[in-house]
Design a protein around this ligand. Structure first.
Ligand SMILES: NC(=O)c1ccc[n+]([C@@H]2O[C@H](COP(=O)([O-])OP(=O)(O)OC[C@H]3O[C@@H](n4cnc5c(N)ncnc54)[C@H](O)[C@@H]3O)[C@@H](O)[C@H]2O)c1
Ligand SMILES: [Zn+2]
Ligand SMILES: [Zn+2]
Length: 389
């Protein structure tokens, strides 16, 4: 079959690879109908994530039709149309039973490696390095779904691919980011990063009743998409983020801050960001935490920092004193996708939310290598790419 494979920094290729086969009775094989490129894929594309190997099949946001199942896939049958959560979950371990699906204790085949690096294992993920299990991803014609009896979301007939696809990642990710803020009707929610995750977090914060939502980025197309979703916007190339945030909150600062940027933050004129870049280039620091520093500084005392943005390793010069003395609450993590999807399917059917608004490019899968470059460079107004095998 054909698939998009990783071959090193900024090198994704349209390769021929072996067809996936059932390896366990709980496996299913999915024929992919739609898949997407996620901002998290850019960290792999940029070479910032360790433990990738040449030829690894990319992709963790995908859906399609079940074409083969093992003997233990429960109510999942051949012919079912499903979205696959990017976090692979057994549904039975202690963490899965607590709803901490992204911390599934069984699904990561390389759990010993993960435990050594992080202290505990985290769930297996599709197409996301060998630290998370080394599973082939879904930017492919077919994909093997392990623990398929639990790792799937059935899609009602009335929901087209474009509205269903993001149930596997960015929609629940934006939703979890907003839910973790414990939004009160008097709250200002500030969101850094108007990419697909930030856009979903914005729609979620509005649905959850925030008084005002402010979106920070420097890409005009993305900021106008955010205004269409009800946000006040700040362009960090043109204005001071801190001054605008003080102004918009009568000097108090936002009660809730969401980091939808993560380890590759940019900053126009800030010294800390220049230092981070130099250190990252010399492997003295793995991630650039400019957004975290800004959030800690501006968040109202007693507020919440919610961090869906992915960090991979070690960061420097974090103002822990400010965070501690202001009593900030930190919430973060890979998304517990299955915790949110029943509710989100209902909200899509009720037309409370239509996540397809974020799609700017739909292309054949073989154009994936070019679309990685377009999405990374944010060219051509690119916000979200959907690929069709
Ligand atoms: N927690 C999870 O489970 C999960 C799931 C999906 C994605 N993610 C992560 O969420 C983050 C966003 O994903 P995405 O798909 O929206 O990516 P994206 O790259 O399309 O968007 C990131 C946006 O951040 C903006 N940005 C950069 N520096 C900034 C700054 N200093 N201030 C404000 N904005 C800034 C960029 O211009 C860009 O628009 C990534 O780190 C991704 O890995 C996490
Ligand atoms: Zn993702
Ligand atoms: Zn589990």
């Amino acid at each position: 079959m054909k698939a998009l494979c990783w071959h090193g920094k900024q090198d994704i290729r349209w390769d021929t690879v072996p067809d996936p086969i059932l390896e366990h009775p709980r496996d299913a094989i999915l024929k992919v109908s739609s898949c997407a490129i996620c901002g998290s894929d850019l960290h792999l594309f940029g070479g910032f994530m360790p433990s990738m190997k040449c030829g690894d099949v990319m992709g963790h946001e995908f859906m399609g039709e079940v074409v083969e199942t093992g003997k233990e896939t429960g109510d999942l049958k051949v012919g079912d149309r499903v979205v696959i959560p990017f976090t692979i979950t057994c549904g039975e371990c202690d963490q899965c039973r607590r709803g901490f699906f992204a911390a599934c204790e069984r699904s990561n085949r390389n759990r010993d490696m993960a435990a050594k690096v992080f202290g505990h294992t985290t769930a297996g993920l599709f197409g996301y390095s060998h630290l998370t299990g080394g599973y082939a991803g879904g930017q492919a014609e077919y994909v093997r779904v392990p623990f398929a009896d639990h790792t799937h979301v059935k899609v009602p007939k009335d929901i087209p691919d474009e509205q269903a696809l993001f149930l596997g990642d960015i929609l629940p990710t934006g939703w979890q980011a907003a839910v973790q803020c414990d939004i009160e009707p008097t709250d200002t929610v500030a969101i850094w990063g108007a990419g697909p995750v930030g856009q979903m977090a914005l729609r979620s914060a509005v649905l959850l009743g925030a008084r005002q939502v402010i979106m920070i980025d420097h890409l005009p197309d993305r900021l106008s998409m955010a205004r269409a979703g009800g946000a006040i916007t700040i362009n960090f190339d043109e204005e001071s983020v801190l001054e605008r945030l003080w102004d918009l909150t009568a000097g108090k600062g936002p009660e809730k801050c969401i980091d939808a940027v993560g380890m590759e933050s940019h900053a126009a004129r800030s010294l800390d960001s220049l230092v981070d870049r130099a250190k990252q280039a010399m492997w003295l620091e793995s991630d650039r935490p400019h957004v975290l520093r800004e959030m800690i500084y501006v968040c109202r005392a007693g507020g919440v920092l919610s961090i869906p943005g992915v960090y991979g390793g070690l960061i420097d010069k974090l103002p822990m004193g400010a965070s501690m003395n202001k009593g900030l609450t930190w919430r973060m993590g890979q998304t517990h996708v299955k915790r949110w999807t029943d509710d989100l399917v209902k909200r899509i059917l009720d037309k409370q939310i239509d996540p397809s608004f974020v799609i700017t490019h739909t292309k054949p899968l073989q154009e994936g290598p070019d679309m990685y470059r377009t999405f990374r460079a944010k060219e051509d107004g690119c916000v979200k790419v959907v690929l069709k095998p």
